[in-house]
Design a protein around this ligand. Structure first.
Ligand code: PAF
Length: 258
């Protein structure tokens, strides 16, 4: 049965008192509103570790728009049921005060990749994300931590940060999980209305096409998307095509290996 810990201290006591023994630990940090994408990270963690810890914390410092934070779906009871069914051992539910005893006076700043792609359009986003992930990695003290490739820029930044700060935790990438029509699963998809959800399928379809980034941008704009960027980049796993678009207030990101 899943054990829900509502404070960081409770988790730290479990570790300190040797309750977890020498068992290997996998960690899946989330902001809740869980879907198959998150559950695939949980399954990988369970396959590779003896124990799995999931955290749910909607991190305000990584939201660059107040409306986005207010609208972010919160489905904690449903999430708990899903995690219980998935066989997760521990669920950590920290609150803002305990995550930010410093009131966000200390921040992690990366000066290269974090300024590119989404960094250009979401000021402060990666600072907030890296800061909370640093705190969560430190708290979890896990052997492995799992991140989805849908947020590839996030995964790369977390991996580089973990190396830069000598974390023993291995950062493990997990493939993007897509809906039946190709749209990458995201908690924000639930915010799309029926027409937007239908149109959204055009985004991965165009991203995976043989057209150039400029051609894809024009095609998506003609269809009614606001395009932040479509661009090809060399990464640790070869060239990938990255895209970010908006439909109304909902921002969608995706990337594919090319
Ligand atoms: O990908 C997410 O859900 C968040 O950015 C993360 C890694 C949980 C940090 O808040």
């Amino acid at each position: 049965m899943i054990e829900t810990l509502r404070s960081i201290e409770l988790w730290q006591n479990l570790k300190r008192n040797g309750i977890l023994g020498r068992k290997s630990l996998g960690f899946v940090p989330t902001m809740g509103a869980l879907h198959e994408g998150h559950l695939s990270l949980v399954r990988k963690s369970k396959a590779e570790n003896e124990l799995t810890l999931v955290s749910i914390f909607v991190n305000p410092t990584q939201f660059d728009q107040v409306q986005d934070l207010d609208k972010y779906p919160r489905t904690i009871e449903q999430d708990q049921v899903l995690l219980e069914k998935a066989g997760v051992d521990y669920l950590l539910l920290p609150d803002y005060k305990s995550m930010y005893p410093d009131e966000y006076l200390f921040k992690v700043e990366e000066k290269n990749l974090s300024r590119d792609l989404c960094g250009e359009f979401r000021p402060g986003h990666f600072q907030g994300m890296l800061t909370v992930v640093l705190k969560l990695l430190q708290i979890a003290d896990a052997d492995n931590a799992y991140f989805g490739e849908k947020d590839y820029q996030q995964y790369l930044l977390v991996k580089k940060m973990a190396q830069a700060f000598f974390f023993k935790t291995q950062i493990v990438p997990c493939p993007t999980i897509r809906d039946h029509d190709g749209l990458a699963l995201s908690s924000r998809n639930t915010l799309l209305d029926k027409a937007q959800r239908k149109l959204a399928t055009q985004f991965p379809l165009h991203l995976q096409s043989k057209s150039t980034p400029a051609e894809i941008t024009s095609a998506l704009v003609r269809l009614g998307f606001v395009v932040d960027y479509i661009t090809d980049k060399e990464t640790d796993s070869g060239v990938r095509r990255f895209g970010a678009v908006r439909l109304g207030v909902v921002r969608l990101i995706d990337n594919v290996k090319i």
